[in-house]
Ligand binder design. Structure first.
Ligand code: SF4
Length: 372
């Protein structure tokens, strides 16, 4: 069952879901599958005296396996799926000239903000599920096949930088076939507590690779954890130029940086595409009010409710000063730099999935029916 702990600042009490994970891990009839969001990997190391902001994804994978998780996957893989779907949706709306600006939909706190306070713009929200939602749906579908399931029930645990992801997981309009896809969401902070309770010496763990077939995300999927990352990945997807120079040009377009509101334009086949990237709900309000008043016009608006994006999510370890914030962003950009495949559509696992399991089920598994 659920228990309550008190937040370290003493200001609020938050619900924890660690017990549900321990129970699933102890049940021999249950296959426990984890997914780990991009931002988690750059916020864990300093708790164990490792280099601040450096990705420790490999060690996290090893720790989860040791704790008894049967399979561990990377949410940056489904961030690639989000990019595929959202880019297609964006191009379609540009061609038809409708429901613009497209509003990103991967941050549940932002989606709630729109559905509560800017109802006129609900149709503008991308219908794409978040990477968390997409990966859980795909994995659950995979294990609906009795040959894969081998008589075991699958429990999907999602490890997120974010408390709002807990609410997203139980939102019925993001279920598949009426069933909840993500069973339990734990935050980075809860993960740290579980590792410590289990008694692992995290600092000395060897890095390990994720499992297959959903274990690899492109560089575009990894940078989802920082503000501007979704947009940068979409821009990579939209260009036919695969060169290093083209990737560099996108990185320099104005999409990166720590400002709360960034505006810039890019050329897409002779059309000027106007983009706004904002983080923090106060900034989101500014942007949306200007759009509503007709003061500003955009084709694409990316909003993350947390300033600087998920690297500073409410489920991340606290006491992050300016240096930590920058180092976490840098950690994700470095992980992108060292990933050979930069573009979501070039990820061979993504191509395989579209040709196989996802065929004819893209809408059912990757999109929300509505935001009502
Ligand atoms: Fe969660 Fe914040 Fe990321 Fe939104 S920006 S998904 S609220 S961590």
């Amino acid at each position: 069952g659920q228990c309550r702990v008190f937040c370290p600042t003493g200001a609020i009490s938050i619900r924890t879901n660690m017990d549900e994970v321990w129970e699933a891990l102890a049940d021999p009839d249950v296959r426990v599958v984890a997914q780990v969001a991009p931002a988690v990997r750059v916020a864990v190391g300093d708790h164990y005296g490792l280099t601040k902001g450096k990705s420790v994804m490999g060690k996290i994978v090893n720790a989860l396996h040791l704790m008894g998780f049967d399979e561990v996957y990377d949410t940056s893989f489904s961030a690639d799926l989000t990019i595929m779907e959202e880019s297609a949706e964006f191009l379609d709306r540009i061609q038809k000239g409708e429901k613009l600006p497209l509003l990103t939909s991967c941050c549940p706190a932002w989606v709630k903000f729109v559905t509560d306070q800017y109802k006129d713009y609900i149709p503008n929200l991308s219908t794409c599920r978040s990477p968390q939602g997409m990966l859980s749906a795909v994995i659950k579908e995979y294990f609906r096949d009795p040959e894969h399931a081998q008589g075991k029930k699958t429990v999907m645990v999602s490890i997120m930088p974010c408390t709002a992801k807990k609410a997203e997981a139980v939102r019925p309009n993001s279920f598949t076939k009426g069933e909840q896809d993500t069973d339990v969401v734990i935050t980075t902070t809860e993960l740290l507590r579980m590792i410590d309770n289990f008694g692992l010496d995290f600092a000395v763990l060897e890095p390990e690779a994720c499992d297959m077939p959903f274990g690899f995300g492109s560089g575009g999927g990894v940078i989802f954890g920082v503000t501007g990352g979704v947009t940068e990945a979409v821009l990579r997807r939209l260009t036919n130029d695969h060169s290093k120079e083209a990737m560099h040009e996108i990185a320099e377009s104005g999409v990166r940086g720590e400002e709360g509101i960034k505006e810039f334009s890019v050329d897409y086949q002779g059309t000027e595409i106007k983009i706004c990237v904002a983080s923090g709900l106060a900034n989101a309000r500014k942007v949306m009010d200007q759009v509503k008043n007709g003061e500003k016009e955009y084709h694409l608006i990316e909003i993350m409710a947390c300033r600087r994006g998920c690297i500073m999510g409410g489920g991340q370890p606290t006491r992050a000063g300016d240096r930590t914030k920058s180092l976490r962003a840098k950690g994700l950009y470095n992980a992108d730099n060292t990933t050979i495949i930069k573009k979501s559509d070039e990820n061979p696992l993504v191509q395989e999935l579209y040709a196989g399991l996802l065929k004819g089920k893209e809408h059912e598994l990757l999109h929300n029916e509505s935001y009502e």
